[in-house]
Ligand binder design. Structure first.
Ligand code: SF4
Length: 310
């Protein structure tokens, strides 16, 4: 296929999903939330209207061409540069991918639209749906997720519960903890109550590990995450904090592949070498060229140099 990829990125190794091809169904950056920790950046306009923001037929054509090149995928993951359920054709996109491959389809969503029966119906064919739930009380929800003013955390929780009752696939809740914001005992014990009612298959605990949209978002220490894990019980596991050896594939990453990754999130050189299965020297040379061409920038975060597309 042509090197220009508009809707897919990776495959990238993911602790939760193995070798995962990312599919972006939303333009950068359209979201119902403006999470302070967001690695995509600040949300200018927090939208709730569902539309075919990116064309389903073009997305499916690109996925079909790309998966032919990567026979070893563990998942095809719909996520990317905003909230994917805002694309009103997400149901068609999931069904279209399922019709072309046996690779399981995962959807990473912020869960804010799950109180809409049509959204729940659209996600039914996915193999995994992973809604976020960073807060269960209004104050904390407003602080961490900076929602569209029409959103209410009670409705979102009800939507997630309803989806859990209707959905036959695997549901994993992801919670991202931000130091001093949603990591205190009071909120965590309330989360435990809500999660006991939802009964997800897994609860994934994460923290700020990449440059956030707002500098106030700081990571929670590993020791505190372990305490929270104990409170939330055996379904919960910590993800994204520790370095892991990942399954990777050999492919010739070029400037376009590197840019496609760096448009979605900032990464260090080390993270890119894993994602792109490239040697350090080759990658450094490509990054230098991209830097000189003013396609990317670099900056320091938590003592590490990150690269990001301009
Ligand atoms: S983290 Fe996800 S839900 Fe939150 S603002 Fe970013 S894209 Fe939206």
């Amino acid at each position: 296929m042509s090197k220009e990829r508009k809707y897919t990125f990776g495959p990238v190794p993911s602790r939760r999903l193995g070798l995962s091809l990312g599919v972006d169904v939303i333009p950068n950056k359209l979201c119902s939330l403006d999470c302070i920790y967001c690695e995509v950046g600040v949300t200018d306009k927090r939208g709730l209207a569902r539309k075919e923001y990116l064309p389903a037929n073009e997305i499916l054509a690109e996925v079909k061409a790309v998966i032919a090149e990567y026979p070893d995928l563990d998942h095809i993951t719909i996520s990317g540069s905003g909230e994917p359920t805002l694309n009103s054709k997400i149901g068609d996109i999931i069904r279209g991918i399922k019709a072309m491959t046996k690779v399981p389809v995962a959807v990473l969503t912020n869960g804010t639209l799950l109180d809409d029966p049509q959204v729940r119906l659209d996600l039914m064919e996915a193999d995994i749906v992973s809604p976020s739930l960073d807060a269960v009380t209004t104050d904390v929800f407003l602080k961490v997720d900076r929602p569209n003013p029409k959103l209410r955390i009670e409705n979102i929780i009800d939507g997630i519960k309803q989806f859990r009752r209707e959905y036959k696939g695997r549901m994993w809740i992801e919670i991202l903890f931000v130091k001093g914001m949603n990591d205190h005992d009071e909120e965590v014990f309330k989360m435990k109550q809500v999660l006991d009612e939802i009964q997800p298959e897994k609860i994934h605990l994460n923290t700020v590990i990449r440059p956030p949209a707002y500098a106030v978002a700081q990571p929670v220490e590993e020791s505190r995450l372990k305490e929270i894990q104990k409170i939330l019980g055996e379904r919960s596991e910590i993800v994204g904090v520790f370095k892991e050896t990942h399954k990777t594939i050999e492919h010739n990453a070029d400037g376009q592949s590197i840019l496609a990754l760096l448009k979605r999130r900032a990464m260090t050189l080390e993270q890119m070498t894993v994602s792109l299965a490239m040697k350090n020297d080759d990658l450094s040379a490509s990054l230098k060229q991209l830097h000189q061409g003013k396609f990317i920038k670099s900056y320091m975060f938590n003592g590490e140099e990150y690269y990001q597309a301009l």
